[in-house]
Design a protein around this ligand. Sequence first.
Ligand code: GLN
Length: 479
Amino acid sequence: MELNHLRAWELKKLLESREVSSREVLESVLDRIKSDGKSINSFITLMEDGAQKAALKVDKKRSSGKKLGALAGIPVVVKDNICVKDNLCTCGSGILKNFIPPYDATAVELLKGEDAVIVGKTNMDEFGMGSSNENSYFGPVKNPYDLKRTPGGSSGGSAASLASDMSILALGSDTGGSVRLPASFCGVVGLKPTYGLVSRYGLVAFASSLDQVGCLTKDVKDCAMLLSAVAGYDQRDSTSINIVRKDYTKSWEDDLKDIKIGVPKEYFGGGLNKEVKENVLKGIEALEREGFKTLEVSMPGTDRSIAVYYVLCMAEASSNLARYDGARYGFRTKETFDLDLMYKKTRTKGFGDEVKRRIILGTYVLSKGYFKAYYQKAQKVRTIIKKDFDRAFEKVDFLITPTSPTTAFKLGEKIEDPLTMYLSDVYTTSANLTGIPAISLPCGKDSFGLPIGLQIMGKPLSEELLLKVAYTFEQNLKR
Ligand code: GLN
């Protein structure tokens, strides 16, 4: 078995018993990246030198008997909207193609503190805006299961790196499904934690009330390892939740028999691909066989979530992206010395089409005459959606749904039709609107051999139990 095919928890054992070195693990990942990295296009920056130094440092620390962190020697890749000090952070955008942050994001600082080896920055839809990774300035990422298909977006580079064994762990970000959708399309695990559980400091803002750093891994145990490393209170993020740090990797074998799982009927209606539906229903039956009680619930606000999400995320994006004016960050046009014209030309050239579309629409819904009709109304409906969830969580502990209505679609299939593209997020955005944790788990394959994702959503801060339920599901699927 090649080392890059293993899980983090398996490698940890091998590293601790000194059967393998961190450098050997890194080498296996780098070899894989060198052979197929270009064709999959999952990386924007490969940090080969830095990674080699980090791996060497871990090996030296280990041989001198020093205490090592929980992820010592484990390769991790980081979505390119999360700052890694002294390395490019482009956000998949032309406007930040030269931006090198002088600091680490908190999540990255924590990874380094656990002695993880950061291997590179992964490709993504520009500023996280997209569901297919086709909105990247650096070209689309390809799905390792079929190079003609999308890996999902916007954390497509992170998910494709795992699915092609070019990394062991990956960080992504999820504003409306960007960790879960690529996880589902690439057959890996993707967790969007509770809003505020992982610090957003150093995550480049897209829509601040929805953005969350998330974990992409090859299995649930790895997800627990990665979450344990990056979750925790951070003074530098005013929305960070002040709770005691947890180790999510403990006690997998707890008795979960009293747990009730709700199946929201609105998530199984029109637009859902037949094979996805069949597989997810089989997944639910598997959990019933494990002794979980399931019951149908109704979430009438479900069909509003896409409209609400897109109004709010565009409004927030138009405000957040105002900072890219050519004066402070990244790209600046050299065509003019006139200040107004410089702003205009820099932004016209620096941003891609989808980002411009969102800035225009976001500015529109925030403008004086339309604020009440769109932005304020969307905030009200957001509260109604939240009430749906509160009501459901009075009856059940978790909700189970498909992650996406389809499996990975073909590159080019939806790019000309933004509204159809937006519908890919129909099952994922409500977890962001309500701030709850949600995980996507592999749940079989369709007749093209493409992975299907099943989503489990939980109450705020229920990650510990959510991971245990997810683990039970994963184990059942293996049998
Ligand atoms: N696909 C969604 C969008 O385009 C979600 C993006 C995200 O989660 N970053 O906005």
